[in-house]
Write a protein that binds this ligand. Sequence first.
Ligand SMILES: [Zn+2]
Length: 99
Amino acid sequence: MTKAEKQHLSRVQSLGCMACRQIGYRDTPAEIHHPRAGAGAGRKASHFDAIPLCPAHHRGINHPLTPSIHLDKRAFIARFGTEAELLEQTRRLIGWEVA
Ligand SMILES: [Zn+2]
């Protein structure tokens, strides 16, 4: 991982969980989620596409009020938006220009 990637990931992570933010909980400690969209066979998702999600919203705790992107992606998207939308919000929050 390059220094720029590391710096980017720590900024992203410091935003806290993007799903929790939508329901009014700021600064929930987050893990890094890498969307698979755009990453073809054998190509890893870019660190610059990372989205911060807390362990519950990322890997899941199997609770209907907390759909997780890995356990129940459809429910997660219905509630919080697509990975592309969350990525756009993430980039705005760290001050990236979003086309
Ligand atoms: Zn969360």
